[in-house]
Write a protein that binds this ligand. Sequence first.
Ligand code: SF4
Length: 327
Amino acid sequence: MLLKEADWTEVVQAANTVRNAKLPGKRVGYTVYRIINYTNVCSVNCSFCSFARKAGERGTYVLSLEQIRRKAEDAKRLGADQIFLQGGVNEDLPIEYYTEILQMLTQELGMSVRGFSPVELVRIANAHKLTLVELLNILKEAGLSSVPGAGAEILSDRIRKELSPRKLSAREWRDTLAVCQKNGLPGSANIVIGTKETPEDIIAHLELVRGLQDETGGVKSFVAWTFQPQTHDFPIRHVTPMEYLKLLGLSRLYLDNIRHIEVSVLGMGKQIGELGLSSGADDINSIVLEENVLESHGIRGIDEAESFIRGAGFIPYRRDLNFSGEH
Ligand code: SF4
């Protein structure tokens, strides 16, 4: 009813009240990391993805340990202390490929690593005849400290069958993250809107995330994104600022068990980012030092992030990907 009928200003106002009661002090978080897309080889073939290539196609790559080390060192020089490792689903890479990267990043360079979407983890485990828990233990031992709720898009099987039929179902996505979070790998969750989703799909998505959090407590934050134009095989629509902000506000109200709601400045731009901070969000997501999917809108440095947050009337604080030691 709120999504369909309520005035968006009432929803964001209520969300802002809840945000201020829950997190007083007008503090707004940000984090700095570099995304490293270690391979673009992917067997999943989502209709909205222009990044992935099939094995053997022209233009495929797998980054070497040395290439990843150089990218991480560059990021460190620019002030990042975290790496977000994400690839296509490449079942040909040996387990040592992942463990050596994780050991190098965490033990040699002293960075923390969030990485691997649920579908990557499930496929890697299957390819190596490991259970999910066995794989997670290997990756954790090598240095992984967080798993993102990536690849959620819209957690509605009706839409997933159309957009990404070879990805995990909504239930599999949820259950995979639950195993990660119960095994000491917390993370985030997101929603991506701007295709054929209905209000019912959105609520079903939020309900799934809320149930996951009730079970594990491992969802540290929730962020709303919009689909960006990438391929011609995938219908996207314009999401108005009002629609986006209303969803952000609704997320704050409905996901009452998730402490941090992030506005996507990278995806929505600074103006909506600023409004988002008065619509239920208490975090600007992140400063991304490399992003192969989105090239626009982002905040590119620590000083810019801090002055953006101050300019919006809030007090910036820097956090890590798991919000550890935030207060
Ligand atoms: S979105 Fe991810 S899983 Fe889907 S095709 Fe692209 S890289 Fe593969």
